[in-house]
Design a binder for this molecule. Structure first.
Ligand SMILES: [Zn+2]
Length: 113
């Protein structure tokens, strides 16, 4: 298995996870703790909207090795308000565990009309 083949002198950083996704609710804590036990030393949770940004922040506050990004996925921008942008900006400015903006940008893997 991949995790057992990792060199001990390497640090593994998963830069894009969605631990805030509702599918993880039943066993989120177990999954997060499993990551660390398998050698993932840092995790960055990407957000999909304002609610997701706050949930990602709460997860990051709970686990020292988890950090979060705050943002709105391109497919979710139709549902966002100007206030959402202000709230995301506040998270980015005020929260030490929020270290990036994401998700943002363009999404071409699924074109929604
Ligand atoms: Zn993503």
């Amino acid at each position: 298995m991949f995790f057992y083949e990792m060199r001990e002198d390497k640090t593994m950083f998963d830069t894009h996870v969605h631990l805030d996704d509702s599918s993880f609710e039943p066993d989120r804590n177990k999954i997060i703790e499993g990551l660390y036990k398998r050698g993932v030393m840092y995790v960055l949770n990407a957000s999909s909207d304002l609610k997701s940004s706050y949930l990602g922040l709460s997860i990051a506050r709970k686990y020292g090795f988890v950090y979060c990004a705050a943002g709105v996925h391109p497919h979710e921008t139709k549902n966002m308000s100007d206030n959402d942008i202000c709230e995301i900006e506040k998270i980015l400015i005020n929260e030490d565990k929020c270290v990036a903006i994401g998700e943002i940008g363009l999404e071409y893997s699924k074109i929604l009309v």
